[in-house]
Design a protein around this ligand. Structure first.
Ligand code: CP
Ligand code: NVA
Length: 308
């Protein structure tokens, strides 16, 4: 019987917090949850959600995952709690971790998330920061594994902004040892610390490629992934970024250069007609809605391990 193992790290603030053994274990539990071959109950356990930014998938998939585990969720909307009034994180974290068993936090600065983790007596999960979106990347690699069975020889090309989603994909890609290419305009490369950490994990293998030409970046790729050009909090940069990212739309012309069996991923929400066309989202190659579903299974698996 497959049982969730306790993770070595108390918190899941970054893709760096998980070992490859833990990663495969979580994906295996997630697969079993999805196939309804496994059931664990964490009755009366409470997940607190603190979301400083909007969310559909992350919020609801955490709520349903927790409910499937027999626990419950409290949604601590900052505008209706004292968080919006500016109560210090160190106070909020100490109080909420006396009520809840685990906290999932979506905020701007990674350092604020780390501050929560520092003061919380219970585990803290990164539900998206400006730097990373590790829960997303976990579900993404689950989706890739469903398609390609193992990760051997898989080439993932992310086309767009070197943002939070790209950073977490890079770090898990390095953990798995697969080739990750980032196609972005000059000036929109992923975070330097992320690149350096990934390079160390890849050892001497040159498997992380930052390329400014999308067509050459997708040659032979098995997975094409994109995300919005302007992330939450970057609304004032929209016009400039729309100009700078011209030519980086994932459309049928671009896909033609990838492997013929390539699949398309997008974390959603999408701006159809900007980073990806309507036809590509709706095409046979798209696994975008399977990917969104997998958020729930992967997070249910993650919560099982954290609560064990
Ligand atoms: N992909 C994702 O995190 O979506 P939400 O912003 O809707 O949670
Ligand atoms: N990069 C996007 C991801 C949304 C799920 C953002 O941060 O807004």
């Amino acid at each position: 019987m497959l049982n969730p193992i306790k993770l070595a790290s108390k918190n899941f603030l970054s893709s760096l917090d998980i070992s490859s053994e833990e990663f495969f274990h979580i994906l295996e539990i997630a697969r079993n949850f999805k196939n309804k071959d496994l059931e664990f109950k964490f009755k009366d356990k409470v997940l607190g959600l603190i979301f400083d930014k909007s969310s559909t998938r992350t919020r609801v998939s955490f709520q349903v995952a927790m409910s499937r585990l027999g626990g419950m969720t409290v949604d601590l909307n900052p505008t209706t709690s004292q968080i919006g009034r500016g109560e210090p994180i160190r106070d909020t974290a100490r109080v909420l971790s006396r009520y809840c068993d685990v906290l999932a936090i979506r905020t701007f600065k990674q350092s604020d998330l780390e501050e929560y983790a520092k003061w919380s007596s219970k585990p803290v999960i990164n539900a998206l920061t400006d730097l990373e979106h590790p829960c997303q990347a976990m579900a993404d690699y689950m989706t890739i594994k469903e398609e390609f069975v193992d990760f051997k020889n898989v080439i993932l090309t992310f086309i767009g902004d070197g943002n939070n989603v790209a950073n977490s994909l890079i770090l898990f890609g390095a953990l798995l040892g697969i080739e990750v290419r980032i196609a972005c305009p000059k000036g929109y490369e992923p975070n330097d610390l992320v690149i350096n950490s990934a390079k160390k994990m890849y050892k001497n293998k040159n498997l992380l490629k930052i390329i400014n030409d999308p067509i050459s970046a997708v040659q032979g790729a098995n997975v094409l992934y994109t995300d919005v050009w302007s992330s939450m909090g970057e609304e004032n940069q929209k016009e400039k970024k729309d100009r700078d990212f011209l030519g980086f739309t994932v459309d049928h012309n671009l896909i033609r250069n990838a492997d013929k069996d390539a699949i398309i991923l997008h974390c959603l929400p999408a701006y159809r007609g900007k980073e990806i066309t309507d036809e590509v989202i709706e095409s046979k190659k798209s696994r975008i809605f399977e990917q969104a579903e997998n958020r729930m299974h992967a997070q249910q698996a993650l919560l099982s391990c954290i609560l064990s």
